[in-house]
Design a binder for this molecule. Structure first.
Ligand code: FAD
Ligand code: DLZ
Ligand code: SF4
Length: 525
């Protein structure tokens, strides 16, 4: 390692901050800076992440360090197996302070509350000055979101999104009006899969020597974690991530919108971008991706509904959930507005269930550390909502199993979007659905052992009775909700025998579930 000048600035870069233009790196000079990148036990094990998630982060961190060194920076890289590794960010910064005697530490704020709490203690722990920079890779500063949320009863994403459109100018006409006249084209984005649909494959990235070494390390060290370690195909450098983006903007964006909600057995990517892992660890810039989408529209390569839909996911949902997270933490973690207490079923980990939709989503989750949004929301999430699974168990599952999962994005989606555990601050109604929705949007039901058209009894699709069991359980709370309340007229018209059959079928199904064994998500649970 070349020695930089006396008393340099120490810049710790976390595993989801792998961006050359990171706020704490901008403006630094090479002869006056030591960049510290740390593989630490605490981060790898606070939940037992999917093996591919750890491979992705460690490999991306090692590649990033290599690129920085090749560009002339001094990088102090701590490997997980290095002698003396303390296992924590704070411990490693303390050791680096001993090694380099920095005059200051410059760090960009952490994505997650847990880590940020640790960073905020650094000024008291270390004798040198500590400067914490806002993470301006996000387009909406945390303080701006707070201002926006102030005094609002409902934090409606759509309202936030419009402000973000105005702020970024994305898809805005010169008259200050949205391009095409409407803000949102979601109603055009709900097509079921077409027979014989054959989306162009997303590029695979063959593991190089660095990734191979990490795969071996993770296999040896975290072999008991959930998920297949290979084939490992995620981009681990910014060049690879750009290639993945090129392929999306060349071949998939056109149909991204219409088939955004479609589900096909055996396929978890369809026309989705598969860019979340790269966006979240810093290999891609969110605004740049939106500009590329806008360009595709301007060049006539993609229709407005696809492009607007993609941009909304990024400057709308992605920015919104991040603001929502920082607004409501730490309480959001323990919110349980519906008092859901049931243990997560074991099949979430093993995939062994006769429910074909769930089995397929869990398969892709195990094989690829990925499932697309509607699979996460309307199959896996819907099941957890209807079955009344304890939010803590659901949070842990989502945080473990997806390669793109960080608490800032996982928690609002789980607590707010799927479970209504936040009491309705994110979603105005629970996203509850019977088997009918899944049947309409997928090819899952055709070969399922359950019958989606049966409402009660042994062979009935479990989503059907579970839906009414859920509605009945929460009648008092939901009846007054104008978006759900009308459903109770249908329930009341059924009569007692039919209602009893629904409730008994659902209860029989719930009683048959085997709770997950301990130790899947956390070593100490
Ligand atoms: P695309 O469908 O191509 O979408 C483009 C981009 O939009 C994504 O890459 C992502 O950055 C952004 N985006 C889309 N929807 C959301 C959303 N609801 N919240 C935030 N960003 C969004 N996404 C994560 O990145 N990490 C998570 O841990 C995560 N957990 C989720 C948990 C649940 C219960 C649900 C319902 C959704 C979750 N999502 C999460 C959002 C979404 O499912 C994934 O971002 C998406 O499936 C990633 O695949 P993609 O890149 O192909 O996405
Ligand atoms: C997810 C993850 C893992 C598995 N390991 C590390 C690590 O060893 N070192 C590191 O810097 N980051 C890791 N990460 C990503 C961090 O969890 C992420 O940077 C923080 O949670 C952000 O708050
Ligand atoms: Fe899923 Fe029900 Fe369809 Fe089976 S019948 S695939 S359980 S929705």
């Amino acid at each position: 390692m070349p020695e930089p000048h006396d008393q340099p600035i120490l810049v710790p870069v976390l595993g989801d901050q792998l961006t050359r233009t990171l706020a704490s790196l901008r403006g630094r000079t090479k002869d006056d800076t030591v960049i510290l990148i740390m593989e630490v036990w605490d981060e790898a094990t606070y939940v037992k992440h999917h093996k591919q998630k750890i491979v992705l982060i460690f490999s991306a961190m090692r590649h990033f360090a290599k690129e920085l060194r090749e560009a002339g920076w001094t990088v102090d890289y701590v490997k997980l197996t290095d002698e003396g590794n303390s296992g924590s960010f704070t411990g490693e910064v303390a050791r680096a302070v001993e090694r380099h005697d920095p005059r200051a530490i410059h760090v960009t704020e952490a994505g997650e509350w847990r880590v940020q709490q640790g960073i905020e203690e650094w000024p008291d722990k270390f004798a040198c000055e500590v400067e914490i920079f806002p993470d301006d890779r996000f387009l909406c500063p945390i303080a701006d979101f707070r201002d926006w949320a102030e005094g609002r009863k409902h934090l409606t994403m759509e309202h936030f999104y419009r402000e973000m459109r105005r702020k970024t100018g994305l898809l805005m006409g010169e008259d200050g009006k949205p391009v095409g006249g409407d803000w949102n084209y979601d109603s055009e984005n709900r097509q079921p899969p077409k027979e014989g649909m054959d989306p162009p494959a997303a590029p695979d990235f063959e593991p190089d020597a660095i990734t191979r070494e990490v795969i071996e390390l993770v296999d040896e060290t975290f072999g008991d974690h959930f998920g297949d370690i290979e084939p490992f195909r995620w981009p681990v450098t910014s060049d690879e991530a750009q290639k993945a983006a090129d392929a999306f903007f060349a071949h998939r964006i056109e149909k991204f919108g219409p088939y955004q909600d479609a589900m096909v057995h055996g396929q978890d990517d369809l026309y989705h971008s598969m860019l979340s892992t790269s966006l979240n660890c810093g290999l891609l810039d969110p605004l740049e991706m939106c500009r590329r989408a806008e360009q595709a529209y301007e060049d006539g390569r993609a229709p407005l509904n696809s492009v607007e839909g993609f941009i909304r996911q990024i400057i709308g949902w992605r920015e919104y959930v991040r603001g929502f997270y920082w607004l409501l933490m730490p309480g959001l973690e323990s919110d349980n507005a519906l008092n859901a207490q049931r243990a997560l079923p074991e099949f979430f980990w093993t995939g062994e269930t006769d429910m074909r939709c769930l089995a397929d989503c869990i398969r892709s989750t195990r094989e690829d550390a990925h499932a697309h949004h509607i699979q996460r929301l309307m199959v896996l999430g819907n099941f957890c909502l209807l079955a009344g699974i304890d939010p803590r168990a659901v949070q842990d599952w989502y945080l473990v199993v997806y390669a793109d999962a960080y608490q800032w994005v996982e928690l609002p989606n789980v607590s707010g979007m799927i479970l209504y555990a936040d009491g309705g601050r994110l979603a105005t109604k629970p996203y509850a659905a019977s088997g009918n929705y899944i049947n309409k949007m997928s090819d899952y039901c055709r070969e399922c052992r359950y019958s989606v058209s049966k409402k009660t009894g042994e062979d009935a699709c479990p989503f059907n009775p579970l839906y009414w069991h859920f509605m009945d359980r929460y009648r008092e709370r939901l009846e007054s909700n104008h978006r759900v309340g009308r459903i109770y007229a249908t329930w009341d018209r059924m009569g007692e025998d039919k209602q009893r059959a629904y409730l008994d079928t659902a209860q029989g199904f719930l009683d048959s579930l085997t709770p997950a064994r301990k130790g899947w998500a956390r070593a100490d649970d």
